[in-house]
Design a protein around this ligand. Structure first.
Ligand code: SF4
Length: 466
C-alpha cells in the first residue's frame, strides 16, 4: 500500500519545491536520491525503525538535513538525536509553522501540538508521485479519530476520540484523481482506523455520494475498511456499504473471553454474540478479517483453544493473532508502568514474538499457546476449512468487472504452479478448487485469492505442510 501520510505531507510543501518519493517497502533507497535532495523527509511507524536508522545513517554521511514526522517520531522523538527537525502530531498544524520559520531562516528543532487538525482542510495527497505498478492497493483517508477507548490502542493516543472527517466533495475529488489522473482500477483501501466512527455522516452523506460516483464510473474500485463489530447492528449501513462496492472489513475481535474484553475496555465487543455478528456481516456482503490478542491478565490456559475454535467457526480466513503489547502513551502502558511491569518499548511487529511487559501468565506457556494457535489456523487443512465456511456464508453483493489482463493471468498461472503443483498441500488445494466450482462457482476468484494469502501466511510464519 502507498505511503499515504508522506504523499499528504508532500502536498503541504511549497509548490515550487521539487520532490521525489522513495517508498522503502517497494524500492531500495539510492544514495543518488539523497545526494539530489536538500532535505530528507521521513515518516515511519514502529515497525519501520530499522529502515529509519538506515536513512539517518546515509543522510548524515552526506550531511543532509532530516525532517521527521508520523507516528514513530510523535511517540519517540527523544530517541533520535541525529534528526534536525521534528514535525510532530498532525502536520496540518505543525508543518506551516516549520515552513514559516524556515522561510525566515530560523527553523526550530521540534514542532508539536496538542490540537487536532480540521481535515476538511487537508490538501489532496500527491498521488502523482506514486508508481502505481508497485502497489496492489491504492489508499485514501476519510476520517481520523475513534470514539472508543481500548486500553492498548495508540490510535486514540495519537488522533483522539472525536471523529474528524473530510468533506464528501474532498473524497469524491480523490476518487476522481485516482480514476482519471493516475488511471487506477482495482482495490482501494480506506486508511481510517474505524471507518464507522461517525455512522450518521457516513450513511447519510458520504456513502450515497460514493455509490452514485461508482455507478457513474461503472464500478472501477473495490473498497476495504476497518470497522468495529457494532457494524453488525446496522442493516442499512451494511447494505449501503455492499452496494457501494465495499467488500471487506477488518475488525478487532481481540478475544472471545468476556473478562479479557472487559480488562482491555473493548466495550463495543462485550455482551454480544461475536460469532453471530461476524456471520451477519459476511451475509450482508462483507468479508471479515480479524485481529486477535492473547496475553491479557485475565487469560487462562484455556484461551488458546478458545481462540482456535472461534477463528475456525467464524470463517475469518485472515486472522491476525498477536501477543499483547503496550505501545507508549496508551492507558495500558500507564497501568503497566505503575505496576512496574514494563520491560522495553513495543516493536510494532505482530510476528516477532515480543512482548514489552511481564505478563501474568508464564511467558513460555503464553508463547507455546500462541504458537499453537498460529500453527493450527494456518496449516493447510484448517485454513481451507475456514475458507469453505466463508464461501458458504458470504453473500457477495457486489460484482466488479475484473479485466483479465496479462499480469493477472500470469499471477494466476504462477499461483496454480506454486500452490497446486509444487507445494506439499497441493491435494487440499485441488479439493478446494473443485469444491468451489461445484458449490460456489461465482466465488472461484475469491477462493484462489485466499489460497495465495494462505501460502503467504505459511511463509511468514515458517510453517510446513504435513
Ligand atoms: S476500536 Fe480500534 S481504533 Fe478504536 S480505540 Fe479500539 S482499537 Fe483503537
Amino acid at each position: 500500500m502507498p505511503p499515504l501520510g508522506l504523499i499528504t505531507v508532500s502536498a503541504m510543501l511549497p509548490s515550487t519545491w521539487q520532490k521525489r518519493l522513495v517508498d522503502m517497502n517497494v524500492a531500495a533507497l539510492q544514495i543518488s536520491d539523497i545526494q539530489w535532495a536538500d532535505y530528507v523527509f521521513i515518516s515511519a511507524m514502529y515497525i519501520q525503525k530499522e529502515s529509519v536508522n538506515e536513512v539517518i545513517v546515509e543522510s548524515k554521511k552526506l550531511n543532509k538535513a532530516i525532517v521527521a514526522g508520523g507516528p514513530l517520531f510523535t511517540q519517540e522523538y527523544s530517541n533520535y538525536p541525529q534528526i534536525d527537525h521534528f514535525i510532530l502530531n498532525e502536520a496540518e498544524i505543525t508543518m506551516p509553522l516549520f515552513l514559516k520559520d524556515l522561510g525566515a531562516g530560523q527553523p526550530q528543532r521540534i514542532y508539536k501540538t496538542s490540537e487536532y487538525a480540521d481535515i476538511s482542510q487537508t490538501p489532496l495527497p500527491d498521488f502523482h508521485l506514486l508508481s502505481t505498478k508497485d502497489y496492489a492497493f491504492m489508499n485514501i483517508q476519510v476520517s481520523r479519530g475513534c470514539p472508543f477507548a481500548c486500553n492498548f490502542c495508540e490510535i486514540t493516543a495519537l488522533l483522539g476520540h472525536q471523529v474528524r472527517m473530510k468533506d464528501t466533495a474532498q473524497i469524491i475529488n480523490e476518487l476522481d484523481v485516482l480514476f482519471h489522473k493516475i488511471k487506477w482500477r482495482g482495490p482501494v483501501s480506506i486508511a481510517d482506523d474505524n471507518f464507522i466512527g461517525n455512522k450518521s455522516e457516513i450513511k447519510n452523506n458520504l456513502l450515497p455520494a460514493m455509490k452514485e460516483w461508482m455507478q457513474l464510473h461503472k464500478y472501477p474500485f473495490t473498497f476495504n475498511i476497518e470497522t468495529t463489530i457494532n457494524l453488525a447492528d446496522d442493516d442499512k449501513l451494511m447494505s449501503l456499504l455492499a452496494e457501494t462496492g465495499f467488500n471487506s472489513t477488518f475488525i478487532g475481535i481481540e478475544t472471545p473471553e468476556e473478562k479479557s474484553l472487559h480488562y482491555c475496555n473493548k466495550v463495543q465487543n462485550n455482551n454480544r454474540d461475536l460469532l453471530a455478528n461476524v456471520k451477519k456481516i459476511q451475509k450482508a456482503g462483507l468479508q471479515v478479517s480479524g485481529g486477535f490478542i492473547v496475553g491479557f491478565d485475565s487469560d487462562t490456559s484455556t484461551i488458546f483453544q478458545r481462540q482456535i475454535d472461534f477463528i475456525q467457526q467464524s470463517g475469518i480466513v485472515s486472522a491476525m493473532v498477536g501477543l499483547l503489547n503496550a505501545p507508549k502513551n496508551t492507558k495500558l502502558y500507564e497501568q503497566l508502568e505503575a505496576e512496574n511491569r514494563l520491560t522495553t518499548e513495543a516493536t510494532g511487529s505482530n510476528t516477532d514474538l515480543s512482548m514489552n511487559f511481564i505478563p501474568k501468565m508464564n511467558y513460555n506457556e503464553l508463547l507455546d499457546g500462541y504458537k499453537k494457535i498460529i500453527h493450527h489456523i494456518y496449516k493447510t487443512k484448517p485454513y481451507y476449512e475456514r475458507l469453505r465456511q466463508l464461501l458458504l456464508n458470504y453473500n457477495r453483493q457486489y460484482r466488479r468487472q475484473t479485466k483479465i489482463d496479462f499480469p493477472l493471468l500470469m499471477a494466476f498461472i504462477k499461483s496454480v504452479l506454486v500452490i497446486g503443483v509444487l507445494n506439499k498441500g497441493r491435494s487440499e488445494y485441488w479439493k478446494l478448487v473443485i469444491w468451489t466450482l461445484f458449490n460456489r462457482p461465482g466465488s472461484i476468484v475469491d477462493a484462489i485469492t485466499y489460497t495465495v494469502f494462505g501460502y503467504h501466511y505459511q511463509k511468514v510464519y515458517g510453517l510446513k505442510n504435513k
